[in-house]
Design a protein around this ligand. Structure first.
Ligand code: GCB
Length: 578
């Protein structure tokens, strides 16, 4: 069965649209042997006649909250990797006129969506949204929505067979049924024109290819209103001159209400404007050099062992980054939910956002490449109007090889064709100390194509110190801004002493490793920012030490309970002085 309405498109401003939330309690069936298609779990079967019966039934069974991973909702599902069917009824009106768009903000990792027994879409990729126009399938009154969700790891997938975070499954983000005029703003990209401080660029596409339709952009706070007329494909592209525009920056994260009107459609989004670029080895925001005081975190609430999925969760994570003294965050290792991105933008944090192209990717596989393009498209389409995003990162810890180089070069060109207003980056773990040269070097041709190079370097943990930190020199892409995108080590909160012994898992060892690394960073001439790994201890099946880890990667500067480790204070002090 092929999906009927699969569209590689994402509606502009879904959260600002009319519609109903389909969050809440759903019924679920654990389908370990994947029998659900056969058993027609996309219908809400009831026995017909005296001799019929139903085995696989949603009636009286498991209930799961949406949004939310399934793992933390039932002890039996903590380790589950496989298929679970989700289903619910909802009421709708099918009055003629508007289009109905069924929007999923994120399902881990892949799913098929059935409305009233009809397959309306398939999607793969845990961390980006997808949608289908279901106008012709929606019924007046009761509707039955079923989703087959699968979180198996796969060789050709992104990420692939293993990754250092918990393999949460489920409908982990919001589900909405949007109601929009048939001719509506399908896509819009508003941004500051490069090299200017008073000119906006607008690219807007309507859902129908209608020519000559007036599309109006207004920003009431600036008393600005400008109309354009669509071309034969229903698109407008134009420039808007603005007086007294205040630019967004980490110090002053100014956002405006921007309204776009086209025929019966009118939608308002919060949008900010800023320029980001590179000058030699500096990163410039609105022409001013910015040193990234960054931190990474996973989309996880470690105290409750679950995925973060609400606005409140977003505040918890982002506020912790702000308290540490950050002006930037790295959303590791995947696009996190919109609450996180939007709240970080309001707080003035620059964002490094990446697709989960994390180690172990099958670069020789064309199917995998297609998945990477889809991921990149969906990340950029969702977030291109978020001015806080300064960096699109396309990979983490890949090794130079002909198939990898070709894959990433092609992906980078594709990304640049979608957005030329931001910096493209990746994180690498192939910078090494070369004893003969007595310096760190990196031999990776692909990295040279990027605007910003991130280096993950675990000196004192995965790599022993060859000499003292103060003596170590760096010679890595010295013509570009270099970010130390990861460094750190594990420490168990509350364990002290043995500050010179890694296997002590002590806060003292972690703090002294931080001090040494910060000392070494002074010798990186092109250093444009640092991002310790990581904000909170996080769950990962990699982390097996029964006493010290118990499935937590303990590299957090905060423990899984939110306790500040000594390294937190080292970092906070460093950031307060930069
Ligand atoms: C890395 C990865 C990150 C891991 C980290 C670690 O280099 O990018 O995902 O969690 O190391 O703790 O080993």
């Amino acid at each position: 069965m092929k999906a009927l309405f699969l569209l590689l498109t994402l509606i502009f401003a879904p959260y600002a649209r009319d519609g109903v939330s389909l969050n809440g309690e759903w019924s679920a069936i654990v389908d370990q042997y994947d029998k659900g298609m056969n058993k027609k779990l996309f219908t809400d079967a009831v026995p017909s006649g005296k001799t019929d019966f139903v085995e696989f039934s949603y009636e009286g069974g498991l209930k799961l909250q949406v949004p939310g991973d399934w793992n933390h909702q039932d002890p039996g599902l903590w380790w589950y990797e496989g298929t679970i069917w989700y289903a619910r009824h909802f009421q709708a009106s099918s009055r003629p006129g508007p289009s109905r768009i069924l929007y999923f903000a994120g399902v881990s990792h892949r799913c098929e969506v059935f409305l009233n027994g009809v397959l309306v879409m398939e999607h793969e990729g845990a961390f980006t949204p997808f949608q289908a126009d279901v106008t012709s399938i929606l019924k007046d009154g009761d509707n039955f929505l079923a989703v087959r969700v699968n979180n198996n790891r796969r060789k050709e997938a992104i990420p692939a067979m293993s990754f250092d975070w918990w393999n949460y499954g489920g409908i982990t983000r919001d589900v909405m049924l949007l109601e929009v005029p048939q001719v509506h703003v399908k896509e819009a990209f508003l941004r500051l024109k490069k090299g200017t401080t008073d000119t906006l660029l607008a690219d807007i596409t309507l859902a129908e290819p209608l020519e000559g339709v007036a599309v109006t952009v207004s920003i009431p706070e600036l008393k600005l209103e400008k109309s354009f007329f669509t071309d034969a494909s229903g698109k407008v592209s134009g420039e808007i001159r603005v007086k007294r525009l205040k630019l967004w920056s980490p110090q002053a994260p100014k956002l405006y209400d921007v309204t776009i009107t086209a025929l019966a459609d009118k939608v308002t989004e919060r949008i900010g404007f800023r320029d980001i670029g590179v000058d030699g080895t500096s990163i410039l925001v609105n022409g001013n050099p910015v040193f990234l005081k960054c931190i990474s975190f996973h989309e996880e609430i470690p105290m409750e062992r679950r995925r973060a999925c609400t606005a409140e969760d977003a505040r918890m994570l982002v506020d912790a980054a702000v308290e540490l003294g950050c002006n930037a965050i790295r959303l590791a290792h995947y696009p996190q939910n919109e609450f996180i991105v939007r709240y970080a933008e309001e707080k003035g944090l620059l964002i490094w956002e990446e697709i989960p192209l994390w180690q172990g990717i099958d670069f020789s596989n064309e199917e995998t490449y297609r998945k990477a393009e889809t991921y990149l498209y969906e990340m950029i389409a969702r977030d291109r109007n978020r001015c806080a995003i300064g960096f699109w990162s396309i990979s983490n810890e890949t090794r130079p090889a002909p198939d990898r180089d070709a894959f990433l070069s092609r992906l980078l060109a594709y990304g640049r064709s979608l957005d030329s207003s931001r910096l493209f980056a990746s994180a690498f773990d192939v910078a090494y100390y070369i004893p003969e040269a007595d310096e760190f070097r990196m031999n990776d041709g692909f990295a040279g194509q990027l605007d910003v190079v991130g280096i993950n370097k675990y000196m004192g943990w995965y790599a022993p110190w060859p000499k003292s930190a103060a003596e170590l020199r760096w010679n890595v892409f010295t013509d570009k801004p270099l970010i130390i995108s990861e460094f750190g080590c594990e420490a168990k909160a509350g364990v002290f002493g043995n500050g010179d012994t890694a296997s002590s898992w002590s806060e003292d060892y972690q703090a002294s490793l931080y001090r040494d690394n910060l000392r070494m960073f002074e010798n990186i001439p092109n250093l444009a920012g640092v991002s310790p790994w990581v904000l909170y201890d996080f769950l990962s099946p990699y982390r097996q030490h029964p006493v010290n880890q118990a499935f937590f990667n303990r590299k957090g500067v905060l423990s899984d309970k939110g306790e500040k480790k000594k390294a937190w204070y080292v970092m906070n002090d460093y950031y307060s002085k930069r």
